[in-house]
Design a protein around this ligand. Structure first.
Ligand SMILES: O=C(O)CC1=CCC(=O)O1
Length: 259
């Protein structure tokens, strides 16, 4: 199904579970799709009305030319809830989706019950790093980046044991639209919520991966130190911790949201 945002971009979304249950909105990382949440959808639909969507520039959602912004990505999440008539929801996002969750916690707290941000930071990477990745992708496409993705996303042991899943994810990345991906890199280049974290009052769970080379445990600790309402869970995983440690991720998510 599709929703149209206020700037007339179509976003693809899926729902699972009983709409009478509390809503849980799931937001993907850069270069992935809504399907990355399948283990969480399977585990949590008995308690929540689970909504997952392809972020702008990804999957079946529209890919308008960039640059995008973190504000736009946050407003997109609000548009999905608005189109479904949901006044308040839980939110869980990972990496770029986690940074979107921090934006929502700062700028739209009245629309949320609790927020979970996984494998993220108030500022991910460096402006120059994202600018050069955006330029390389616009010029050369995503094939090269897809080859190096497993090392950024998973531990070596997980890559060895779960080759089929890793291949499926890297195929998805290689098939993404290069302008949509690069436009999200533009958003990440400018996004910096470090000065805003102390304004967050919503219950916030920060999930880190102890072997995450992209958004480190130190990044997660910095969020928790700045937000009085935040708590931290660290999993034995790399960057895409919801797929590397699905049972532990689901336990942390479910315990926090259902408490
Ligand atoms: O570099 C990657 O692929 C990992 C990543 C950074 C931001 C995000 O959403 O994913």
């Amino acid at each position: 199904m599709f929703v149209k945002t206020d700037d007339r971009v179509q976003l693809y979304y899926q729902t699972a579970g009983d709409p009478a249950n509390p809503a849980l909105l799931l937001s993907n990382s850069l270069g992935t799709r809504w399907q990355m949440w399948q283990p969480q959808i399977d585990a949590l639909t008995k308690y929540f009305y689970v909504i997952s969507y392809d972020s702008r520039g990804h999957g079946e959602s529209d890919k308008p030319a960039g640059p995008y912004s973190l504000t736009r990505l946050g407003q997109d999440a609000l548009c999905v809830l608005g189109a479904l008539g949901i006044k308040k929801a839980h939110f869980c996002g990972i990496s770029m989706g986690g940074l979107t969750g921090l934006w929502l916690a700062v700028y739209a707290p009245e629309r949320f019950l609790k927020i979970v941000v996984a494998n993220t930071a108030a500022k991910i990477g460096t402006k120059e790093g994202w600018q050069s990745r955006a330029a390389a992708v616009r010029e050369q496409g995503l094939a090269e980046l897809a080859t190096s993705a497993p090392q950024r996303w998973f531990t070596p042991g997980f890559i060895r044991k779960h080759a089929a899943l890793v291949e499926q994810l890297t195929d998805t990345l290689a098939e993404q639209d290069k302008e949509g991906y690069a436009a999200c890199c533009d958003a990440l280049a400018e996004a910096d919520l470090r000065a805003d974290l102390s304004r967050i009052q919503l219950p916030l769970l920060v999930i880190a991966g102890s072997a995450d080379p992209v958004t480190t445990v130190a990044d997660a600790e910095a969020i928790v130190q700045a937000c009085p309402s935040a708590s931290l869970v660290s999993l034995k995983a790399s960057h895409i911790s919801n797929l590397e440690q699905p049972a532990a991720f689901n336990r942390a998510l479910s315990q926090f949201l259902r408490a």
